[in-house]
Structures are given as structure tokens and as C-alpha cells.
Design a protein around this ligand. Sequence first.
Ligand code: NAD
Length: 281
Amino acid sequence: MAILIDGKKVAKEILENLADETVFMNPVPGLAVIIVGEDAASKIYVNSKKKKAAELGFNSIVVELPENVSQQELLNKIEELNNDDKIDGILVQMPLPEHINKNDVIEKINPLKDVDCFHPYNVGKIASGNKPYVYPCTPKGIIRLLEYYDIEIEGKNTVVVGRSNIVGRPMAQMLLNMNATVTICHSRTKNLGEITKTADILICAAGKANLITEDMVKDGAVVIDVGINRNKDGKLCGDVDFSSVEKKASYITPVPGGVGPMTICSLMVNTIDLHRIQKNI
Ligand code: NAD
């Protein structure tokens, strides 16, 4: 039976230590999250980010813009935040409405305030084996979890399912930079199970409930489930068929309570790191 990787507990520990540090900071770190439109899931994510930042005593603001906001108005808002000394990190919540060019928006953010590592400057740093100002929140949280549980990465066969810019691609590159052997799978991959079965560390970020079943996992593998889905009963679940895979894996993350809390925790850590860089402390 696998050991449960308890992201909730690890995130709580990290955040408690952060709170001890931030209490003495003056000025306080500042985080701005921009949300466009009324996407219900995005609103939930943004509110929990705002709440956590406020709990840590950050200057925490949410900029809500209507669905029909023009691209120029959004870019102007980002420019304003780029020039605001009280804001150290800027996050634009995805997805954006179709009339807005996502790349133009991402490139408008000052790379020094790019708190989720979306800007091509920071992405390029990771891709070339260098350090960005801060690492993207979800992959960073996953690496913290692996480190916390003393799971070795170097030389391990790792398989990442998913190639999105927010999870799969940076995850794969960060593992490569840590000397893992990395395979990336995606929706056009053939014989997915044959490939996932080679993984010592399997990271699933496809957003498909029950995509990974027990027969697709090697005995003793470490299984990290990034997916957030709803099952037939409306309950939250990941991409991994938890009840069967936990019998075969050595370590496994639950959903909820695994990667999710670490993502938000990384966002707080990144805000403080950017604050330190910008304020030279
Ligand atoms: P995305 O839709 O942008 O990307 C999904 C990726 O999975 C794509 O690259 C696609 O090729 C691949 N994929 C889809 N179906 C597949 C299949 N049948 N076989 C193999 N690959 C397949 O999604 P995303 O933004 O990367 O998010 C992925 C999942 O992770 C979602 O459920 C999302 O809600 C969740 N997520 C969780 C956190 C967290 O903090 N826990 C953070 C970000 C995303």
C-alpha cells in the first residue's frame, strides 16, 4: 500500500514558516491577481489565492474585469501594476476570453513580477537549463513534495502526462534540469499505458478522470496526480484511479489534498521571493 503524500500538511508547514517571516516585513509583499469574466472555477481559485495572501499579511488585490473588456484595457491595467511599487507579483488567471491574445497579455507582465513563470523570458530560462526569477507554481509545488518525502529525482525514469504551458511542459523541463530521464505524453500519444508503465515517477496532468489505471503503473512507482476533475457522483477526483493504483504505488498524492495546496503555497513563496528581489532584501 502506497504512502500518502500529504500536500495539505506540507503546505501548512511551509505557510506557517512564511507567516513567521512576513510578519516583520515592511513594506509587505504585494500580489495582484487579474480575473476577466465570470468563469466559476476561476473565481473560486482567485478567491482562495486572495484569502491565503491576506492571511499572510500581503498587500493582496484582485482586479476583476468584465468579459467584454478590450485587450488594450487589460494591457493598460497590467502596465499600471508593473509600475506599482506595492505589487511584487502579477498573475493573470486563465482562461481568458477568446477576443484577447493570451500571449500579448503574458508578454506585457514585467518578467520580474511574473509570479507563475509564464513570461517567455522566464520560460526560456528554464528551457535553457537556467533559473527563472521564480518557478511555475504547480511544478514547483510538486518538486517540493518529492523533496519533502526524500524521493530521489536524479537518474529516475519520469513520465509526465500533459504538455500544457502551466503544468506539463515546465514540469518536464524542471525534471530534466534535475537530471531525470523524462518522457512527455499527451493526447496524441499512442499506447499511453506502455509508456506510463516505465515510470519510476509518474506525473499526471491531463484533466481526465480515471485516465491512469492500475495496469498502467509500475510496481513501486511514485504517482503524482495533478488533475482536478469531477467523477460521476460530482465528487472531486484526479486523473488517477486512486483506489486501485494506491495498492501498487510506493507513494501517491490524493485529490484533493495533494498537489492543489502546494500550488497555492508556491504562489505565496514566489510572491515573497519576487518581493525580496525587487526590494533588494
Ligand atoms: P490542459 O487542458 O491545458 O492540458 C491537458 C494536457 O493533457 C494536454 O497537453 C493534453 O494533450 C493532455 N491530455 C489530454 N487528454 C489526454 C489523454 N487522454 N492522454 C494523454 N494526454 C492527454 O490542462 P492543464 O491546465 O495542464 O491542467 C491539467 C489538469 O490539472 C486539469 O485537471 C487541471 O484542473 C489540473 N490542474 C491542477 C492544478 C493543481 O494545483 N492541482 C494546477 C493546474 C492544473
